[in-house]
Design a protein around this ligand. Structure first.
Ligand SMILES: NC(=O)c1ccc[n+]([C@@H]2O[C@H](COP(=O)([O-])OP(=O)(O)OC[C@H]3O[C@@H](n4cnc5c(N)ncnc54)[C@H](OP(=O)(O)O)[C@@H]3O)[C@@H](O)[C@H]2O)c1
Length: 283
């Protein structure tokens, strides 16, 4: 993996004294392509530190919630192939996927992605343990499933045996019998809407109220589109997969289009084997 942007020499030194910049700094100008350690990836994807603008009421420890999305797309905009994202992903993408989880307080995901991708609880990984402890985080992020109907299989390990109780984000008018089933399975139901549905900005505030301010959403497209439309998405980690798939797959964000496209700024760009790993932030 190599960093294409920003081009800087202020990168983490490697044991050999080189830098992950990959680069021209090592003479010859040839980019050095090597696997980054999880620590290097975690440094590259660290959540922003609380700034001077944050106040004690704006989240846990004065940290305002930061909502980051992680999505993968083909060159022609497909967010899945045959209903799953794995065929358009790659090992480096999965390392970044794992790193982003390792940095997050909570992973927010739409119920259809849980159903289609067979979601399991997030793991506690030794590689991230010291970093999480220093950041005051538990051993693994909670998973928060966004659902109106709660048509989920509550006998799955995601609900029965997570390290941290799985959250169900739903509306006040959610079916009571399904709410009871979720709670019986061990899930924690969090109301973030007055009807059956979740209001995206309320979901962010509800999670922050539980102390979860480093938010990571893994989609899917219908959920991400709502976060975009509500103006609560701070960052998009986008893997551009060097594949074309045609067909009628969803894009990474769906739903009604915005009146005016919202502009984001490129924060960093990594590359491995033709896959581009971009990070865009709301300016
Ligand atoms: N390329 C990528 O990076 C990526 C990432 C994730 C997923 N995917 C792919 O995307 C597909 C699934 O995505 P999707 O867009 O169809 O579905 P999704 O966003 O994962 O889930 C949609 C479901 O979430 C719940 N939901 C969404 N908004 C809600 C709201 N405001 N209030 C309450 N519940 C709400 C509803 O669940 P209920 O029906 O339970 O009420 C809805 O049916 C899969 O094929 C998956 O492989 C791709």
């Amino acid at each position: 993996m190599r960093r294409l942007f920003p081009v800087t020499d202020q990168t983490v030194p490697t044991p050999s004294g080189g830098s992950p910049l990959g680069a021209a700094d090592e003479g010859g100008g040839a980019a050095r392509d090597r696997e980054w350690s999880l620590d290097e990836l975690a440094d590259a994807y660290a959540y922003p530190e609380p700034g001077p603008g944050s106040s004690p009421g704006s989240g846990s420890g004065g940290r305002r919630p930061w909502l980051r999305a992680n999505m993968v797309s083909t060159l022609d905009g497909a967010a899945q192939h045959e209903g799953r994202s794995q065929p358009i992903s790659t090992a480096a993408d999965m390392r970044i996927f794992g790193t982003l989880r390792g940095l997050a307080d909570v992973v927010v995901v739409g119920a259809e992605t849980v159903r289609q991708e067979g979601y399991r609880p997030a793991r506690a990984r030794a590689e991230f343990a010291p970093r999480r402890e220093a950041a005051g985080q538990g051993p693994a992020p909670a998973v928060a499933v966004v659902t109106a109907g709660l048509g989920l299989d509550f006998s799955l390990p995601l609900f029965t045996s997570p390290l941290v109780p799985t959250l169900i984000l739903t509306g006040a008018a959610a079916p009571p019998d399904r709410v009871a089933a979720a709670e019986r399975a061990g899930a924690r139901v969090v109301i973030a809407g007055d009807g059956t549905g979740v209001e995206p900005d309320r979901a962010v505030r509800a999670l922050a109220g539980l102390g979860h301010t480093r938010l990571l959403t893994e989609g899917g497209p219908r959920l991400l589109g709502q976060f975009v439309a509500a103006g609560v998405l701070d960052e998009l980690c986008l893997t551009l997969s060097p594949m074309l798939s045609a067909g009628d797959a969803q894009r990474i964000a769906g739903g009604p289009s915005l009146a005016v496209p919202r502009r984001f700024a490129l924060a960093s760009l990594l590359e491995e084997e033709g896959f581009l790993f971009a990070r865009y932030r709301r300016p």
